[in-house]
Design a protein around this ligand. Structure first.
Ligand code: SUG
Length: 425
């Protein structure tokens, strides 16, 4: 059953940064992750930065959801890896990864107006390319089945089978007249063969579109620019983002940029493109600052704003471009920097930290919806229980890792208890 269109709203479900957040440098092709490998991390500060971002968006949009950290260290993966002390320290770090914070990779979501059966479809991403991420989907699926358990309104699928790599909404964009009307879904995949893995496979994207019951004439499949992957755009959302009629993109995002625009326009004639030329912001600078890993939002007055990382304001070319854009008469009227530096150091900007779900908020399990009072609860539990600092060497140390594991497990349990979500323990 579909809800009346008027009640459909876009809700951002941000991943709460987990208590094991660390910099182990696990993501090949993710430049920030490689550059910060071995640095101490600050899980408490990281999680509080995330809550502050959510508070800002709750005030701006009137609605905000969240998803929870997954159980870490993951005993199932640790057992499967048969650690005996001879393994590389990096392998030892995989069961500790807090990477589920980047909920743009939790699932691909097709809202009810786009699907044949009129329910909102969610497919958890298998994330098979990276070991530390491939462990996420079983727990993510369980959480999605809880948050979106109303079967009259949601269909939660299993993941795409391996070997097709699926990275979820990070490689998926939706164009529409308004969030509650039928949209065109754009799937962006990479072709293997470059220096870095192409994490989203074409066959995975096509499979998700079929499983979700999308109208083939409202689907567009386009190839990521191999040069962008090589420059560090391991997900397409590092070089483009869409909202309603607008596609905000770097000029070198797609393998065939003009062909991509033509294909999207053929399916969605109202398309408005805001393109950033390489001469204004190079691909390298775009990836360093995460200008495109922004939340492009429609504010309550109908105007669009871009929520960017603070790093954008500190970049001379990026901020100059943003200022020019704001002074022009384009569709994006405001640029709002937010501090998510702890996540950024692992390659996760404002857009990575959220999963967009268009639905009627009353159909979501209310335990996953944020209120100001609940943000207070999150901040209290995080401040009281999240580790202040993690040195990646602790994860491989026999003595220190036991103490840290106990703290991480207790912190997550405290959060689940405070949110009445103990069933996810
Ligand atoms: O998968 N980083 C994540 C960042 C994900 C960003 N998400 C989007 N672009 N939507 C990744 O590469 C770093 C983990 C480490 O280095 O230990 C990491 O997994």
């Amino acid at each position: 059953m579909t809800s009346p269109k008027s009640s459909l709203t876009e809700i951002n479900f941000d991943g709460i940064v987990g208590p094991s957040h660390n910099y182990a440098g696990l993501s090949l092709g993710n430049i920030a992750s490689a550059n910060h490998k071995g640095n101490p991390s600050y899980p408490r500060a990281a999680a509080l930065q995330g809550v502050a971002k959510m508070r800002g968006n709750l005030a701006r949009l009137g609605v905000q959801g969240f998803l929870l950290p997954l159980p870490r260290p993951n005993a199932v993966l640790a057992n499967a890896l048969a650690f005996d002390g001879t393994e590389a320290p990096q392998l030892r770090a995989a069961p500790w990864s807090a990477s589920s914070m980047w909920t743009a990779n939790a699932a691909t979501v097709s809202p009810a107006p786009d699907t044949q059966d009129g329910t909102c479809h969610l497919s958890p991403a298998n994330l098979v390319t990276m070991l530390h991420r491939a462990q996420e989907w079983p727990d993510t699926r369980r959480m999605l089945e809880t948050a979106f358990g109303d079967r009259d309104h949601f269909t939660v699928h299993g993941p795409v089978p391996p070997t097709f790599g699926d990275e979820g909404a990070a490689n998926h964009m939706r164009l529409c007249e308004g969030h509650g009307s039928a949209g065109v879904e754009v799937f962006v995949y990479g072709r293997p063969g470059g220096a870095f893995p192409a994490r989203q496979h074409e066959q995975a994207s096509r499979l998700v579109a079929r499983a979700h019951g999308l109208d083939p004439s409202s689907c567009v499949f386009i190839e990521q620019n191999p040069a962008a992957i090589e420059a560090g755009a391991f997900h397409n959302d590092v070089v483009s983002v869409a909202n309603e009629r607008v596609l905000f993109t770097h000029a070198e995002a797609f393998a065939d940029q003009t062909g991509a625009y033509d294909a999207i326009r053929a399916a969605f004639p109202a398309l408005e493109i805001v393109e950033v030329a390489s001469a204004d912001v190079s691909l390298a600078e775009a990836i360093r600052t995460y200008l495109f890993n922004a939340q492009l939002i429609t504010q309550t007055d109908g105007s669009m704003a871009l929520i960017v990382p603070e790093e954008c304001r500190e970049s001379v070319p990026v901020w100059a471009w943003c200022k020019r854009m704001m002074a022009s008469n384009g569709p994006i009227r405001e640029v709002i920097p937010v501090d998510v530096r702890q996540s950024m150091a692992n390659g996760g900007g404002p857009a990575c930290l959220r999963l967009r779900v268009v639905c009627d908020p009353v159909t979501v399990d209310p335990r996953f919806m944020l209120t100001e009072a609940k943000a207070d609860v999150l901040e209290r539990v995080i401040s009281e229980t999240w580790p202040e600092q993690i040195d990646p060497a602790d994860l491989a140390s026999e003595t220190r890792s036991d103490t840290l594991a106990a703290q991480v497990i207790a912190a997550r349990s405290a959060l689940l208890a405070a949110l009445d979500l103990g069933e996810l323990n």
